[in-house]
Design a protein around this ligand. Sequence first.
Ligand code: UD1
Ligand code: CA
Length: 481
Amino acid sequence: MTQTERPLDVVILAAGQGTRMKSALPKVLHPVAGRPMVAWAVKAAQELGARKIVVVTGHGAEQVEAALGGSGVQFARQAQQLGTGNAFLVGADALGDTGDADILVLYGDTPLLRTETLRALLAAHDAQGSAFTILTGELPDATGYGRILRDAQGHVERIVEEKAATPEEKAVREFNSGVYVMDARAPELARRITNQNAAGEYYLTDLLELYRQAGAPVRAFKLDDPDEVMGANDRTQLAQAEAILRGRINTAHMKAGVTLQDPATTRIEDTVTLGRDVTVEPGVILRGQTRVADGVTLGAYSVVTDSVLEAGVTVKPHSVLEGAQVGQGSDVGPFARLRPGTVLGQGVHIGNFVETKNARLSAGVKAGHLAYLGDVTVGAETNIGAGTIVANFDGVQKHQSQVGAGVFIGSNSTLIAPRVVGDAAFIAAGSAVHEDVPEGALAIARGKQRTLEGWSRRYWGGLREGVGKKLPWLAGWLERQ
Ligand code: UD1
Ligand code: CA
């Protein structure tokens, strides 16, 4: 819920180009710790219990709107980037009649701003009976920011932009973060902002003086940590923001009972959830809608995306999982690859160099080595021998196969899809299975073995010269024949 009795509406300014990113992607869509930057502002607004959230778009509007589609926000397009004052008005117009709501202004490129900080800002705004509260910070060198100018009594008087600041004003350490809480008068007052300044832009910062002229109390609320409003304007700042957020996320997981063996190399996106007593080895990357239950171990350098790992699962090093569901107590890897549509029941064993895709393996299935299982269902306790391949693709189409429970598939077999193998069937090693196998049957689908006695002596004997030089043991063997 909001901090005050009044509702809260939020305007997120995100129409700017962000040329310093040097990117085809709009700046606010660059991901940080698993969310596009602008989505961090939306998340904070939602956590504050905002009634309405308007995102002002401009550069790359279609992409930004598509990325945030479904998150319950409204969009307002700013046709031309005429300045923050104009952007705010475009957003306020989209809010419509806000009644007595407060309006919070956020930027789409400050992913480090904490919801708790905004809560404190709203609480201070309310407690002080302020009409307009600016979130400020202090830095030894505030170059690039608008500076906060106070009068002799310490009241906030004006914001001067870097471009227009005198050398004395530039020495001021207190800066404008660009985040403001405003009472319901803001849209009306903002209409009076002009572009009569050196830059010819509509400055939202002029709102401060318009409030003062209206005789309304204006206050500043100072951040403890100025890094929170650090904008990610280029790739260096993007990496800094990423590192800070990664640290926060990792710390929260450790506090909640997760062991991170090497937090510095662990990257867990904000969207991921982890249970208690999860152990994360070095170099692990967890992404997207991944859900990890209690007691799971994630092996070194594994990458897990959009997957569900049930309690007690072990993922061994260097495994890659995407869109997979792994049942309780299963173990996967090392060097396994589970692709989308993989569903493993309880206690499934997937060993090294096994790849699965759109594969449902029931409880207790074992595929220990070097297999490809695509578009297939496998019944309980079936053993899939080393090197088994489900040949699911005929060059044009994929085909679905079914393998029953309790089946034994000998090593290096190929199931040519679509294939049905009945329960408790047995497939001899090295078979190319091109006909269905009924329940309980043995299928042997390989050439019959011929054994030619004495063949080696004849073969190598014909090559005696070369064998003598290169293969001394074999040369000795030939002598003894
Ligand atoms: C602004 C403030 C400055 C403050 C700084 C904090 C003004 C005049 N100055 O300066 O006091 O210290 O933020 O970072 O407001 N945007 C639009 N449409 C526009 C212009 C901007 O949506 O027409 C958006 C941008 O995408 C960005 C935000 O507003 O997210 C701030 O714009 P920017 O141009 O970066 O403002 P600054 O010059 O940095
Ligand atoms: Ca800026």
